[in-house]
Design a protein around this ligand. Structure first.
Ligand code: HEM
Ligand SMILES: [Cu+2]
Length: 658
């Protein structure tokens, strides 16, 4: 009996590695710490009422952002471990299997559990406010999306200490990810972690499309919509077409592993190439899902901090939509070398190159927006300007990669690693950081201190070039990706060392950002944004106080112009005031515990499927079903009204007058 328990424990808990013991200890300590603090300060009720059951888009947004920053830390530590291992030949910090796990979890976490939620956080913070709405179209669904993402991410991360991490790469290609070659549970964690959070992402896509179509303030026609909202709209259009492909692909892979299916095995009629096609039909558009909103942020920030209207608004909108559509016609550029033949390769090479055209249009629009503008170099603007040369490099190397015959050389080399990190860091992460700085005062009511922010900026930026430029050369020198170590005879050592130094500079940049937030919280009284409009904004979110009251707008604005709030300020300066409609009672959704509880059941079901334990997944699935039934048939009491008097009092208190 004892032997059996011991045997079970040794496969269930991952042991034998000091890093994992360290993780065990820190998880235990953090849990005890959180429980202690919440109990000591009697904050359980507050946590439940204000956060776990909230359906307020602003709070959901903040939770997304917090979780994403934590995941950036986890993914960043993975990245630094890999870079330490590769700094010089024959380092034995990570054995090859562990290295495989780390590049897999790093890639998966960075894209699905860092970039996506950070993006959703910004959607939640900004979109309803930009379009003059009181919330998203489906606030309950929005909370559910968040908790599904959160539980999916937790399930994925659990693999590190329980059962073992996935190690078949961030896209989990068969046959390696099939049961025969990955008999452990790591791949199951991968499937269920992504599956659960992916359902949430799809729901978010639908939610924001409906929000943008149906909830715009009166007068806001499509061509008067803020450009960030446009970028969110195009990104969500990609989500609703791409994410179902991911869901089905993972489900088929799960059937292969769990139910003895043969969709992607070579025997019994399956075909691994089918998987590669499917996963990239999601995977390539995914890149544009995360980059388009960053483009929206750059457009917003660059025009506000240049004190100019965005140059070529319409061409910007069309370019984004072109990119969204074209993104579905390029997936095969990820496997030019797999023998699809010259015609197929030519089609995908050309369609890939065509994307450079709308992207180029956008870059020129940004440059023309800055031209002769009165530029102020606040942190959001600095990240936006720094993005342009980065993205030029990413774009040019992207076109190089899209030349099919040349790709036979670049494929799976460090050249590719350098290219997509330029796009993902220089394009996506820089953009979201700019957005975070830009909307921070709207979220929390104070601006972040600029000096540590500028230090962070320079460390990140210089680190970025020092880390990734040498990798282009390493790729051309023959260094392949996913390599856990190499010999002295390769001659790759000096450039790798430089690259590792760069990675650490970025790590220091991140620490400065943590410091910046801490200093901001410490001095928040001094940094308080009393105007509600600290940057001289153009769009509606800046017309209300910071942080926004729970109902956002006391009266729904009537939109007349594209940059409505900017135009409004002009008129007010001339002494022309719009007549404000009277304040009325405001209809609001009530908190609900169902999204949280239902996601916990999803987690339990997912955990059961990972280990194939029916005594987990059956109760888990039953719990999910009960939550759905409760929501559908028994929760009628889902809303309430804030009385007009209370709205007036709140407005008077935050504005100093009505
Ligand atoms: C913060 C600085 C970062 C550093 C130093 C870094 C470093 C690395 C390294 C060393 C690898 C493994 C390369 C290999 O051996 O194949 C890698 C892979 C990868 N990284 Fe990063 N990374 C960083 C940020 C990011 C970000 C922000 C994203 C996405 C938003 C990202 C996405 C990926 C992906 C998708 C892979 C491929 C994983 C695979 O091969 O399965 N990385 N990164
Ligand atoms: Cu692609």
């Amino acid at each position: 009996m004892l032997d059996k328990i011991k045997e079970f424990a040794s496969t269930f808990f991952v042991t034998g590695d000091p890093m994992i013991y360290g993780a065990d200890v820190s998880i235990a300590l953090a849990t005890i710490g959180i429980v202690f603090v919440l109990t000591y300060f009697k904050k359980w009720g507050w946590l439940w009422k204000n956060w776990l059951t909230t359906v307020d888009h602003k709070k959901v947004g903040i939770m997304y952002i917090l979780a994403a920053i934590l995941m950036l830390f986890r993914g960043g530590v993975d990245a630094l471990l890999m870079r330490v291992q590769l700094a010089t030949p024959d380092v034995t910090l990570l054995h090859p299997e562990h290295y495989n796990q780390i590049f897999t979890t790093h890639g998966t976490i960075m894209i699905l559990f860092m970039a996506m939620p950070l993006m959703f956080g910004l959607f939640n913070i900004a979109v309803p406010l930009q379009i003059g709405a009181r919330d998203v179209a489906f606030p309950f669904l929005n909370a559910l999306s968040f908790w599904l993402f959160f539980m999916g991410a937790m399930l994925f991360n659990l693999s590190f200490v329980i059962g073992g991490s996935p190690d078949a790469g961030w896209l989990s290609y068969p046959p390696l990810s099939e049961l025969q070659f990955s008999p452990g549970v790591g791949q199951n964690f991968y499937i269920w972690g992504i599956q659960i959070s992916g359902i949430g992402s799809l729901a978010t896509g639908i939610n924001f499309i409906v929000t943008i179509i149906k909830m715009r303030a009166p007068g806001m026609t499509w061509m008067k919509m803020p450009v960030f909202t446009w970028s969110v709209f195009s990104s969500c259009v990609i989500i609703i077409f791409a994410f179902p492909i991911l869901t089905v692909t993972l489900a088929l892979l799960f059937l292969d592993r769990f139910g003895g299916g043969h969709f992607f095995t070579l025997d019994f009629g399956g075909n691994p190439m089918m998987y590669i096609n499917l996963i990239w039909m999601w995977g390539h558009p995914e890149v544009y899902i995360v980059v388009l909103p960053a483009f929206g942020i750059y457009s917003e920030v660059i025009s506000v901090f240049s004190k100019k209207k965005l140059f070529g608004y319409k061409s910007m909108v069309y370019a984004m939509f072109m990119i969204a559509i074209l993104s579905f016609f390029t997936w095969a550029h990820h496997f030019f070398t797999m023998g699809s033949g010259a015609d197929v390769n030519a089609f995908f090479a050309i369609s890939t190159m065509v994307i450079a055209i709308p992207t180029g249009v956008k870059v020129f629009n940004w440059l023309f927006t800055m031209y002769r503008g009165k530029i102020t170099f606040k942190t959001p603007m600095m990240w936006s300007i720094a993005f342009i040369p980065n993205f030029l490099i990413a774009g040019l190397t992207g076109v190089m990669l899209s030349v099919a015959p040349a790709d036979f050389q670049f494929h799976n080399s460090y050249f590719l690693i350098a290219h997509f990190h330029s796009a993902l860091i220089g394009g996506v992460v820089f953009g979201y950081l700019a957005g975070l700085y830009y909307w921070w005062p709207k979220m929390f009511g104070f601006t972040l201190p600029e000096t540590p922010g500028k230090w962070a900026f320079w460390f990140w930026n210089i680190g970025f070039y020092v880390c990734f430029i040498p990798q282009y050369s390493l790729g051309l020198m023959g260094m392949t990706r996913r390599l856990s170590t190499y010999g002295w005879d390769t001659g790759w050592q000096p450039l790798n060392l430089v690259s590792t130094v760069g990675a650490f500079l970025m790590g220091i940049g991140f620490l400065f950002q943590v410091l910046q937030i801490l200093l901001g919280i410490k001095n928040y009284r001094k940094l308080k944004d009393t105007t509600g409009d600290p940057w001289g904004g153009h769009t509606l979110e800046w017309s209300i106080p910071s942080p926004a009251p729970e109902y956002n707008f006391a009266t729904i604005p009537q939109v007349e112009e594209r940059d409505d709030w900017w135009a409004e300020k002009d008129k007010r300066a001339k002494g022309i005031f719009r007549k404000q409609p009277p304040i009325e009672a405001i209809h609001m959704p009530k908190n609900s515990a169902i999204p949280f509880i239902m996601s916990v059941f999803f987690f339990i079901a997912g955990f059961g499927f990972v280990f194939g334990w029916s005594f987990f997944y059956i109760p888990g699935l039953i719990g999910v079903a009960i939550c759905m039934i409760c929501r559908s048939f028994f929760s009628y009491d889902g809303d309430y009204y804030i009385p007009a008097d209370e709205v007036k009092r709140t407005e008077a208190a935050i504005r100093g007058s009505v």
